[in-house]
Design a protein around this ligand. Structure first.
Ligand SMILES: *Cc1c(COP(=O)(O)O)cnc(C)c1O
Length: 422
């Protein structure tokens, strides 16, 4: 099954929303389908993809790494070279364009680590839409670089102070805003989840990744035997896999956040292990990591983009049917993979993407030399220096931060701050 069956993928998915959201969601569904049949819409989307996002992104043959491992030939889809540094812009631009066609002037979004907020803020700036991003107060404090970037793009970042002040609380506030303001507002969900039609819509806009891979491999006369992607909510994975979902080839692999190992609260493994259970939250049904009393549980991962408590409904269904084989990658394995790809190939993976990289490093050696494996580098790693530097160079990094603080406290370099604000 590629498209959802009335919003469902097997028993997952659906549209579990308050009555007030029925109409905006139905209007959105209609508008989305109309857009995808409208040549003018598709032409505008293609133009923005080529000239703003920078598509097609390259598909790169990792020659040295393939030789070193001695198994499958490894290819890397460099999605991290898309404008803003990751695949999230594909969906943000797509949905923002649909919203604009619907006559909406305002976009709201939720963000956890801030990467979806950054992509949405950039898309709104590009298309001239007002943008408000809901972000848990705890996340606002933890993710200042992304908050600054969103504001740089002209977005308003609203710290959410309800509940535990993290992503799930931001989603609740965004839903409430949408219900109250849907006449002029679109709620731009950031991954292949949420109530129908969001999973279908997000997959559609991300499927440009998979279509390009198919063409790029065909252009060099290569078959694809295996594909590997990391899975948070699941948008880069489902977009990368999309043209190949029906199978049975190539083999599809999903890398979840294995955190520091098995055990509740130590990871974000919804498919591997037995900690996740069926639940309905945030408008859809999937496998969730919940507490004993059915609330969103704690998750842990070195990569902020992979620590969501649920998983996109289509991926959950494909995992249970056996179409996608899931593995849980430990924080330490992902860190090692960042280094391996950087030092062998000169490609710096984002922490999230490094989970896919680490899984590829495990799978490739067991494959034949005449087989090809494609790994999706969903994002580039520049954003992760606050994670990688404290691990790889702790003392130097501490010294650097202390010196920066001292410099700021001394008032240097901020003399122009007042005039810059104007
Ligand atoms: C957000 C993010 C992810 C995880 O989100 P999906 O919806 O699962 O793709 C993966 N990689 C990068 C670089 C991200 O920013």
């Amino acid at each position: 099954m590629v498209e959802s069956d009335n919003g469902f993928f097997g028993r997952f998915g659906g549209r579990y929303v308050a009555e007030v959201l029925r109409r905006p969601i139905e209007e959105l569904e209609e508008a989305f389908h109309a857009c995808m049949k409208d040549p003018a819409f598709l032409a505008e989307l293609d133009d923005i993809r080529a000239n703003y996002i920078g598509r097609p992104t390259p598909l790169y043959y990792a020659k040295r790494l393939s030789e070193q491992l001695g198994g499958a030939q490894i290819y890397v889809k460099l999605e991290g070279l898309a404008n803003t540094g990751a695949h999230k812009i594909n969906n943000a631009i797509g949905q923002a364009l649909v919203a604009k066609r619907m006559g909406k002037t305002r976009i709201i979004a939720e963000t956890g680590a801030g990467q979806h907020g950054v992509a949405t803020a950039a898309a709104c700036a590009k298309l001239g839409l007002k943008c408000r991003v809901y972000m848990g107060e705890v996340d606002v404090r933890r993710q200042q670089p992304n908050v600054s970037t969103m504001e740089m793009y002209g977005a308003e970042v609203v710290p959410v102070t309800s509940g535990s002040r993290i992503l799930k609380d931001a989603i609740n506030d965004a839903m409430r805003d949408w219900a109250a303001n849907f006449k002029d507002t679109h709620y731009l969900i950031g991954s292949a989840l949420g109530p129908a039609p969001f999973p279908d819509m997000v997959r559609t806009f991300q499927s440009v990744i998979g279509r390009e891979v198919k063409q790029q491999m065909a252009a060099i006369g290569k078959n694809i035997d295996a594909m590997v992607a990391c899975v948070g909510g699941g948008s880069n994975a489902i977009g990368f896999f999309e043209p190949f979902i029906e199978g049975p080839e190539p083999k599809l692999y999903g890398a979840e956040a294995g955190g520091i190992g098995p055990g509740r609260g130590n990871n974000a493994s919804r498919m591997v292990g037995n900690d996740a259970v069926d639940g309905i939250m945030q408008g859809f049904k999937t496998r969730f990591l919940l507490t004993e009393d059915g609330q969103a549980g704690e998750t842990r991962s070195i990569s902020a983009g992979l620590d969501y408590v649920g998983i996109g409904p289509q991926l959950a269904q494909m995992g249970e049917s056996g179409r996608i084989k899931f593995d849980a990658i430990l924080d330490s394995e992902a860190l090692a993979a960042v280094k391996t790809f950087a030092q062998t190939e000169g490609v710096l993976f984002a922490m999230e993407s490094a989970h896919a990289g680490a899984l590829a490093l495990k799978i490739a050696p067991a494959m034949r030399k005449d087989q090809n494996l494609v790994v999706n580098m969903s994002g580039r790693g520049d954003k992760d220096i606050f994670i990688t530097c404290p691990v790889f160079r702790p003392e130097e990094w501490k010294q650097f931060l202390r010196a920066e603080l001292a410099r700021l406290d001394a008032g240097k370099d901020i003399h122009d701050a007042e005039s810059m604000k104007k």
